[in-house]
Write a protein that binds this ligand. Structure first.
Ligand SMILES: Nc1ncnc2c1ncn2[C@@H]1O[C@H](COP(=O)(O)OP(=O)(O)OP(=O)(O)O)[C@@H](O)[C@H]1O
Length: 324
């Protein structure tokens, strides 16, 4: 058994803040080493010394040190909706899972103080994150998604009472964590436009926002408000996702449209924002989600639908990078 405390303090002594994202899996130990500002010889010396102490602290383990000259600041992708219950958390989980399946270094922050549901959706309820110094280390959930949740910081029902600065501080703890090599963080936002949204915009500016809506007119009106909020804050809208789009009968597979059809796509067109795709209203999405098995892990039509939306979000992120 590897003594995590021992290896952590050995690493800290040698590399201090430059080391992050320590991972222990089977008989492998890996971390990211920030070598920004060091000359070639200094880098080599530091990496060798680190390798030596890690080997001593974790005998018999394969050691991997990923050197980076740029401090990795993950990009935040906000997933938001105007109102609650439209499937924002479900989409966030499955976006992160599908992005990882596609080989991206994606993670997830559950900023929903009103009902943090990611620990359940990612199948690791009740697990508290470890700390490295003063920073939290994300928990790894289904599909290998590293995540942190408001639900891990507070007792059930407590986070909802957080106002202004407290909510903002909690959000910062989740965002400024030891994300290691994670590049894209999907942020499951609370519904509406409250303290967390403001803190997110002012402090942790997301690169873009995905808006979720159901096809009903009322939900779409709320979505329009969420879109206006991000646009005013100059956060680009990546696009609109229509959730619970057509009802798939669990018995015969027939698709009906209790809430109408094409509403979100038409609304996206009117608002001049991309339409990213639709997810059907399917009982298997709810049951699998409740069991902590994200449907994006499967290869059926639902997994494909999430995968296609994630693909569009990933292309958008990459297009911004090459434009910037
Ligand atoms: N496409 C779908 N088909 C069937 N059930 C769904 C679908 N999308 C979401 N659900 C279910 O609807 C409920 C609400 O979804 P979810 O928690 O993702 O919404 P939310 O917008 O994040 O809500 P809140 O604002 O309360 O956090 C959950 O039980 C979820 O499993």
């Amino acid at each position: 058994m590897v003594d995590v405390q021992k290896i952590q303090s050995a690493i800290e002594q040698v590399a201090g803040e430059r080391a992050s994202g320590l991972k222990l899996a089977d008989d492998k130990v890996s971390l990211v080493l920030d070598v920004a500002g060091l000359g070639a010889q200094q880098r080599e010396q530091l990496a060798q010394e680190l390798h030596r102490v890690m080997e001593a602290a974790a005998p018999g383990c394969a050691i991997r040190i990923l050197q980076t000259a740029e401090r990795i600041v993950p990009r935040l992708i906000a997933v938001a909706s105007g109102k609650g219950g439209v499937g924002k958390s479900t989409l966030s989980t499955n976006l992160a899972v599908a992005m990882r399946r596609a080989g991206r270094a994606a993670g997830l922050v559950d900023a929903d103080i009103y009902g943090p549901s990611q620990p359940r959706l990612l199948g690791v309820e009740g697990v508290k994150p470890e700390a490295e110094g003063k920073k939290l280390v994300p928990t790894v959930g289904a599909g290998g998604v590293p995540f942190l949740s408001m639900g891990q910081l507070a007792a059930p029902g407590q986070a909802i009472a957080w106002r202004g600065p407290m909510a903002g501080q909690a959000l910062s703890q989740l965002v400024d964590a030891v994300w290691g090599d994670v590049r894209d963080i999907v942020v499951d936002m609370p519904p509406g436009t409250g303290d967390i949204q403001l803190s997110m915009i002012q402090k942790h500016k997301p690169v873009g926002a995905v808006i979720v809506s159901t096809p009903q007119d009322l939900a779409l009106m709320d979505a329009t408000r969420a879109i206006a909020f991000f646009e005013t804050a100059k956060v680009p809208i990546i696009g609109l996702v229509e959730n619970m789009a057509g009802y798939v009968c669990p018995h015969c597979g027939e698709v009906s449209d209790p809430f109408g059809i094409g509403g979100a796509e038409a609304a996206a067109r009117e608002l001049g924002i991309p339409f990213l795709g639709r997810i059907p209203l399917d009982i298997s999405i709810r049951t699998a989600s409740d069991e902590g098995v994200p449907p994006a892990l499967t290869d059926g039509p639902i997994g494909l639908a999430f995968g296609q939306i994630a693909g569009k979000v990933a292309s958008w992120i990459d297009s911004q990078r090459s434009a910037g």
